[in-house]
Design a protein around this ligand. Structure first.
Ligand SMILES: Nc1ncnc2c1ncn2[C@@H]1O[C@H](COP(=O)(O)OP(=O)(O)OP(=O)(O)O)[C@@H](O)[C@H]1O
Length: 341
């Protein structure tokens, strides 16, 4: 008989909005103990998941399961890259972008059933200025939002939108010089996203065609757009002609360099950090072992569903911008009245 594999479950009690008190009992009930020996550890502070995962690799543990959202997965996974220890996921976050991309069920019991099947594959991950990311990284509007989100005391989609509306008035598109192996191009952009996986979370598909198995990232450059551009963008999305839309540039690359005029926020898997003007992004091909869903692999996804999801995401972003523009106009008119009186 083959020996049992060892698993460490790392539970972040602060991820998402669900209570994780009963997670140890659920694991005990649903995990196949003929196949696995396991223990459960809870994180006590931000960064703790990385430390537990690193100690697990040093100990020779076979599998580390991140029980949390994309932030927890990032902390765990960055300690597992280029090791023999595989990553597993029980999604318990707010957005769960990587789990959704990999078709890992959001129901914890079903996610444990995937772990029991233990189908391990080597997948790609990305690195932005020395910070590993597994789902997406970026700069511009999405880095701006994640920076606002990280300083919020509550977590969840409503807080996210509140932050956009309250703080978005300050946001301005920037000019970026993007260099890949074909040369350098300048863009005035609303956001630049580099996607290893297809979505930010909550089925907001920024890169519908991204796969973690091609050794490449999808680069998405969203140029400034107005309410008038939105219908054509939606039509192009439904007709699978998004690549032809003049407001969105997408291409695949293994490595890019981005130069911007001043320092600012970038994000890796939604975690913001302020960096300088020079930004390197590259993909580490097959750099991390991951338990995947053998019955519903990532390449199974239906392009129409993804395009629809991206379309609604895009129009949501656009609605926010229109609201922000309206608010800005109102404030401007009020300020003018006050100064005139
Ligand atoms: N004990 C802890 N106390 C405070 N923060 C913690 C603790 N353990 C982990 N964290 C931090 O909680 C953050 C949020 O976790 P996570 O990203 O998993 O959840 P989420 O933001 O709700 O989900 P998602 O990223 O999928 O939207 C992580 O960045 C992590 O550093």
């Amino acid at each position: 008989m083959t020996s049992k594999k060892s698993i460490v479950f790392i539970v972040n009690p602060h991820s998402g909005t669900n209570n994780k008190q009963s997670m140890p009992e659920l694991i005990e009930a649903a995990l196949d103990k003929e196949k696995f020996d396991y223990r459960v550890e809870k994180t006590l502070y931000a960064g703790h998941a990385s430390e537990i995962a690193k100690a697990s690799v040093d100990e020779g543990v076979d599998i580390v399961i991140a029980v949390g959202g994309d932030g927890t997965i990032n902390e765990v996974a960055r300690s597992l890259v280029h090791s023999e220890t595989a990553l597993g996921i029980i999604p318990c976050g707010s957005g769960n972008g990587l789990a959704r991309h990999l078709c890992i069920p959001l129901d914890a019991k079903k996610a444990i059933a995937i772990i029991n099947k233990c189908n391990i594959e080597a997948l790609d991950y990305g690195v932005i200025n020395d910070f590993p990311f597994f789902c997406t990284c970026g700069m511009g509007f999405d880095a701006f939002i994640s920076q606002k989100f990280s300083t919020s005391s509550k977590r969840g989609p409503i807080t996210y939108i509140e932050n956009v509306l309250k703080e978005g008035l300050r946001y301005k598109p920037e000019t970026y010089e993007v260099t890949d192996e074909t040369g350098a191009t300048r863009y005035k952009a609303f956001l630049i996203a580099c996607a290893n996986a297809s979505q930010y979370g909550n089925n907001a598909y920024i890169a519908p065609k991204a796969t973690m198995k091609d050794g490449l990232m999808d680069v998405i450059i969203m140029e400034p757009f107005t309410a008038f551009d939105a219908p054509q963008i939606s039509i192009d999305m439904f007709n699978k002609r998004l690549d032809h839309n003049s407001k969105i540039k997408t291409f695949k690359a293994k490595r890019i360099h981005i130069k911007r005029s001043h320092s600012g926020a970038i994000h890796y898997d939604g975690d913001p950090i302020v960096t300088g003007c020079e930004i390197d992004v590259h993909i580490e091909e097959k750099g991390i072992k991951v338990i995947t869903n053998i019955d519903d692999p990532e390449d199974n996804r239906q392009p129409n569903i993804m395009l629809n999801a991206f379309s609604s995401f895009f129009s949501n972003v656009n609605n926010m911008r229109v609201d922000i523009e309206k608010q800005a106009h109102k404030i401007f008119v009020q300020a003018k009245k006050i100064t005139e009186n």
